[in-house]
Design a protein around this ligand. Structure first.
Ligand code: PHE
Length: 363
């Protein structure tokens, strides 16, 4: 009897002292397991007289049950402790700002594309999209640039190999094929813009082999050059957010417009910076003109009934002006530091009404 009490005290103390589930399990095995001390005592019952059994059996059973319960209780406590530690170490502090280190940013060209689209859609234009791998017909022939026409040389075209029928595709050299695609698809009037990538084999500070244009086409009855001028001036005021932005229309030549002009924006290139709204330099931003009668005839429109204007604007050029970036090649060098500096945060995009503070060099 005395023995049992001592044994219980000793084992209970060990159970209480167990610091983790493993050591608790060791205790269970060494006391209550097959060869455990309590189990051996149970086995001794078999050798006892009935009287001894009567006196000893219930006590031994009580000891065994008591110890089992104590082990279970201790186990519950240890498991709760483990859970607590886990919860504490895994808890999230939602008041901490998130790790923005590796967040991407919106490329200035994507930003400009969005802004240009917003301005023109507000003016009532809709957006058209077309392929970058274009048929010779849409890129040249239908635009009044037949084979062997000297204007083809102006374009430094990337050609694909000829197919069996002798036709070769090109990487579109401008977005003007979208004029033809638009007019061949639906009925006039047309008022579309077509932003996208264009390609020419050319590279210097203001040219890259891949660049971006936005085409505009307006065809209706009695459209004239005044509409074209207004449209470009209105766009420039909104985009650059300068009321008296210096705009120069220079007579030019394109086979698909007559008359044709190129549009320059007044700016200054100084100390590795390009600033709009000051200086005596000019940066060409687009070609434009009244759609050539031959082009209208190519898409079965009667030039006596329908007239219109078109322009193709260099999105990269207007980005350079707007963000004060003097070398176009930097846009596509994939330098993360550059992208971080000039890129936009997705949630921090300046809207048309609030962005002026972000414009470098604007007045
Ligand atoms: N497609 C011409 C170019 O890329 C620009 C242009 C478009 C000119 C529309 C006139 C009309 O140079």
């Amino acid at each position: 009897m005395q023995d049992l009490q001592t044994l219980e005290k000793e084992i209970s103390a060990n159970i209480e002292a167990a610091v983790d589930i493993d050591s608790l399990e060791d205790i269970r095995i060494s006391e209550l397991g097959k060869k455990g001390r309590v189990s051996l005592l149970m086995r001794e019952l078999g050798t006892m007289t009935p009287e001894e059994k009567k006196a000893f059996g219930p006590k031994l059973n009580a000891l065994k049950n008591g110890l089992n319960n104590a082990i279970q209780d201790r186990k519950n406590i240890l498991e709760a402790e483990i859970l607590n530690i886990k919860l504490l170490s895994e808890s999230l502090d939602i008041s901490l700002s998130s790790a923005t280190e590796d967040a991407g940013s919106i490329h200035p060209i994507s930003q400009v594309m969005d802004e240009v689209t917003e301005i023109f859609t507000e003016m009532g234009f809709s957006v058209a999209e077309g392929p970058e791998i274009e048929n010779d017909f849409y890129n040249f022939t239908a635009l009044n640039i037949p084979e062997e026409h000297p204007a083809r040389q102006m374009h430094d075209t990337f050609y694909f190999p000829k197919d069996e029928e002798g036709n070769r595709k090109v990487l579109r050299t401008h977005t003007s094929p979208m004029q033809i695609r638009t007019m061949m698809e639906g009925e006039p009037p047309y008022r579309i813009i077509a932003p996208g990538r264009t390609y020419r084999n050319d590279s210097d500070a203001t040219h890259t082999p891949m660049f971006h244009q936005v085409e505009a086409l307006v065809i209706d009855k009695s459209i004239h050059m005044g509409h074209l001028k207004w449209c470009i001036e209105e766009f420039s005021r909104k985009f650059f957010e300068i009321d008296d932005v210096k705009i120069r229309f220079r007579p030019s030549y394109f086979p698909f417009t007559e008359p044709s002009a190129e549009v320059d924006i007044g700016c200054s290139f100084k100390n590795g910076e390009v600033l709009i709204g000051e200086g005596d330099d000019w940066l060409e931003i687009m070609g434009c003109g009244m759609v050539n009668e031959k082009v209208l005839e190519n898409v079965n429109l009667d030039p006596k009934e329908y007239q219109g204007f078109a322009f193709g604007m260099g999105l990269d050029r207007i980005s350079m002006l707007k963000w004060g970036i003097p070398d176009l090649r930097d846009f596509f060098a994939a330098d993360l530091r550059w992208l971080k500096h000039y890129g936009f945060q997705a949630l921090d995009i300046p809207s048309l009404s609030t962005r002026s503070s972000t414009i470098k060099g604007s007045k």
